[in-house]
Design a binder for this molecule. Sequence first.
Ligand code: ADP
Ligand code: MG
Length: 344
Amino acid sequence: MPRLITSILSLLLAVQLSSCRSQEEQHAEYFVFGTLVEVVVRDTNEQLAARAFGDLQQRFQAMHRDLHAWEPGALTRINQAFSEGRSVTVPPGIQTLILRSQELEVLTGGRFNAALGAMIELWGFHTSQYPVRGPVPGAPVIQLLLDASPSTADIVIEDGMVHSTNPAVQLDFGAIAKGFAVDLALDILAEYGIENALVNAGGDLKASGGSADWPWTIGIRRPGGGVIGGVEITGSEAVFTSGVDQRFLEHSGGRYPHILDPLTGMPVKGVASVTVIAGEALLADVAATALIVAGRDSWLEVAHALGLNEVLLIDDQGDIYLTAEMNDRLILSPGLKIELNIVD
Ligand code: ADP
Ligand code: MG
């Protein structure tokens, strides 16, 4: 009998504990980068959280302004200078993004190419209004841009100034900026002494400071709706997903996703989504996009070139492929009957 009482008591305590715990969390929401960004912090007093949230608001807005590919700002000024062969000053954040983009273009075998802005614009993807209504650009115009072979390797940074040796280079940070911003947001929170936090930019997120008994639990989305399952984050990790189901051009019954294969100038085919877990959000963001471009044949090879082991790919038939390391992390949704193809 006493044992029963003890277990009822501990059950009550557990319930109590979890309801207290949700009160230990504080939330803020921002609308930036065309998406809702949710920030959750734990174990922080209200005043400190409010100050940090205010700071984040300003930093997010500044990044939105500086990194936007088509709204006039720092990046459009740089792109204008590139097309005219001029040299201009480059803010530190953009400088970092150029250097990382150069490195990652090489590591992904050119599948991630942040100099592809003109091709992305040609397809109508410099917009917030999806779906884009056709028509599909003509093959000769696409070929013209391909022949100009824009690459971030054409960009030269010297003494705080930047220029491009190739006028066809137009920077588009659409596949890297969100990751950069999420990393920075957690760094800013850490400067306030807030080490236990989650920054979620529309399902692309990074968390830090979770513990084994109170991890951050993240759902992994399935294209077309629902979740496959979840992962628990205890250290500092990012989970990013790129998919083709939300942003695309639609014309004559055909769907053309907003992720382009830099080799062909054409939208990707064959893959519905890729989810990547990495220590750095910037890397996870780039990788998710680059692995969609790599497709069924090369995704694993490119993941390994990037030093990544926790990857999941869903093809256009809905078939799921994942690494053994990702399989170890995945907690499948209860009752979900799906076949997982573990590859190595
Ligand atoms: P989302 O922002 O919808 O999660 P991604 O992270 O995959 O999607 O980024 C897609 C964006 O990246 C596109 O809208 C475009 O701006 C840019 N982009 C498309 N294809 C490439 C590519 N091959 N390399 C680099 N950037 C790309
Ligand atoms: Mg991406």
